[in-house]
Design a protein around this ligand. Structure first.
Ligand SMILES: [Zn+2]
Length: 290
């Protein structure tokens, strides 16, 4: 099961969020048929959105947009307070030569561009923050964004590990945020730890739970955890909504689809879910339009 934890040290020097997203990224891979580089890129953004959305409440919504000039095109992900996340990458079928053995060239595939975050907190205007991409590797871009746009001193790490067939073996990440007035000596120790830490995908790949990741990152085994949230790849689309889109095509169009193909298939752009409508259902729809 994928879940997210929120933790804090006893001295209230920092907060840490950690999440495992293996099932989420694998679901996204299957739904969107992403190849490894796109799987890693989308997986990191999905994971990042859950981390940045860890404090959302009620109907709050957070949307991350990575708009680079590389072959992947735009990556758009949104998460809500219920631990539901969805998203897509514009071009799922991208392959590039590996410069470093065993490392997917996500930054090259994303390219140069902008990273933006929209926090829709139920106010009249959502809060939008935007920065230039620093590397396209996503975690660095999020860290940079938090520093520049939200004045938060943070460390973010995201990892997606795929096997030879492209299946997601492990995925997850953490967000460590230093709180104002934190003990500088302690922060120095944590920074040193972070610089020596193995890649987060290998930590997750080793089977570490989010709690264990938090302890590993901070070196503190007595963190207090403020509950855990199950997280899942889930979209707000549903059959009735899709039906109304079909409806809006108009009678002649539905008749021609029904006659030519004998069925209709509508795919949700955001989550990749396919909705199939049999000829019988199309006929009912045609009759309903009248
Ligand atoms: Zn959908």
């Amino acid at each position: 099961m994928d879940y997210l934890i929120r933790g804090m040290d006893k001295g209230r020097n920092y907060r840490i969020f950690a999440v495992r997203t293996t099932n989420i990224v694998e679901t996204a891979r299957i739904n969107h048929d992403t190849w490894p580089i796109a799987t890693a890129a989308l997986g990191r953004v999905l994971t990042g959105a859950l981390l940045l959305g860890a404090n959302l409440k009620g109907e709050d919504l957070i949307t991350l947009r990575v708009i680079g000039d590389g072959p992947l095109g735009a990556i758009v992900v949104s998460a809500n307070s219920y631990g539901e996340v969805r998203g897509y990458v514009h071009e799922p079928h991208v392959d590039l030569p590996r410069k470093v053995e065993g490392k997917l060239p996500v930054g090259d595939a994303v390219g140069i561009g902008t990273f933006s975050v929209t926090r829709d907190l139920g106010l009249k205007t959502p809060f939008v923050g935007s920065v230039q991409l620093v590397s396209g590797e996503i975690a660095e871009d999020i860290t940079h964004y938090l520093h520049k746009s939200e004045q938060s001193a943070s460390a973010v790490a995201l990892g997606v590990f795929v096997d030879k067939e492209g299946k997601v073996m492990s995925a997850g990440g953490f967000w460590l945020e230093i709180l104002p007035g934190a003990d500088e000596e302690l922060i120095g120790q944590i920074e040193k730890r972070l610089s020596e830490l193995p890649p987060v995908s290998s930590i997750i790949g080793s089977g570490a739970t989010p709690e264990e990741i938090a302890a590993m990152v901070t070196g503190d085994n007595s963190l207090s955890f403020l509950g855990e949230t199950p997280v899942v790849f889930k979209c707000s689309c549903h059959r009735e909504k899709v039906k109304s889109i079909l409806y809006s095509l108009g009678k002649p169009e539905i008749i021609s689809i029904s006659q030519e193909k004998g069925y209709a298939e509508v795919r949700c752009h955001f989550c990749g879910e396919k909705y199939h409508f049999e000829q019988k259902e199309l006929e009912v729809l045609i009759e309903e339009i009248g």
